[in-house]
Ligand binder design. Structure first.
Ligand SMILES: C[S@@+](CC[C@H](N)C(=O)[O-])C[C@H]1O[C@@H](n2cnc3c(N)ncnc32)[C@H](O)[C@@H]1O
Length: 282
């Protein structure tokens, strides 16, 4: 029985990294007028009420988006301000009450011609997602396995897609399964943009996954990591990362500015760190 609910973690430091990258990528893809398909293989509930029971349990958002909110982002790099501004638009009163998940971020940045296909396998989350999506004909919610379901959607008719793979890694085989999915998706649609998020809980597991991604032979891969403490196999998630295939050419520069700033602001212990690198070149 899987117990993961993103509501417990919405807006934490890992969401800050994932969603800062997501906003930057969607902004870039939005520069072209051709329709885009956004596929979220692990969509969650769509959007989160931070005052509700799950977020209030551990209040993880306070050390993620909450910190940026309180400290202010007057001197922040452009990619961070853009992300925080987008969260602000979801919060009318100037107090942070709502956190937009990846479907809400994509929904707010996509045009009337774009489509969003959102996979969510957990019944309660899928139900919340359906309620949240109601009335917007661009959105399709599929209550099924996103890793298997995304493959048949590729290539999309417009030949433009961003696929976000964002599992909870509750099932350890996810680390292998995501690589198989990336390889299969890329075989069908080599010019798509693919984003994979992962937690750094056990560095050896992440290192094996990254080596397996490199071994697929896929080219043009970048990777960004943001940590709030040094790697440690005993203290839960100390960092998280995003691997991106076919990244926008401006993304590396944007993240080189954003990551040191975020590492400095988000680590309470002052041990924040980051990594921005090309895993595989052209
Ligand atoms: C990390 S959360 C997603 C967060 C969301 N992408 C965001 O950024 O706001 C992972 C979600 O994937 C769901 N899930 C787990 N395995 C899945 C699968 N094989 N297919 C689709 N959804 C899955 C979980 O129920 C959970 O809601």
């Amino acid at each position: 029985m899987l117990s993961y609910r993103h509501g417990f973690h919405a807006g934490n430091f890992a969401d800050v990294l994932k969603h800062t990258v997501l906003v930057a990528v969607l902004d870039y893809l939005g520069r072209k007028p051709k329709p885009l398909v956004y596929i979220d293989t692990h969509a969650g509930a769509g959007s989160y009420d931070l005052g509700s029971d799950f977020p209030q349990k551990k209040r993880e958002y306070l050390s993620g988006i909450g910190r940026l909110w309180d400290l202010g982002v007057g001197d922040a790099p452009a990619a961070v301000s853009r992300y925080v501004d987008l969260v602000r638009t979801a919060n009318a009163a100037g107090v942070i009450e709502h956190y937009p998940g990846s479907p809400a971020i994509a929904r707010s940045l996509l045009t009337a011609a774009d489509r969003l296909i959102l996979f969510e396998r957990h019944g309660n989350e899928a139900e919340a997602l359906r309620r949240w999506a109601v009335g917007d004909r661009r959105l399709t919610v599929r209550e099924e396995d996103g890793l298997a379901g995304c493959i048949g959607l590729l290539p999309p008719p417009s030949k433009r897609a961003l696929l976000l793979i964002d599992p909870a890694y509750e099932i350890k085989s996810d680390y292998e399964q995501v690589v198989k999915t990336l390889a299969a998706a890329h075989r069908r649609f080599a010019t798509g943009v693919y984003m994979l998020w992962y937690p750094v809980v056990e560095r050896a597991r992440v290192a094996r996954m990254v080596e397996a991604i490199k071994a697929t032979g896929i080219r043009r891969i970048a990777r960004f990591e943001l940590g709030i403490a040094p790697d440690s196999d005993g203290f839960g998630m100390t960092a998280s990362g995003v691997v991106i295939i076919n990244p926008p050419f401006v993304l590396g520069g944007q993240m080189d500015e954003a990551l040191p700033w975020l590492a400095d602001r988000l680590s309470e212990s002052g041990e924040g760190w980051f990594r921005s690198e090309t895993l595989v070149g052209e």
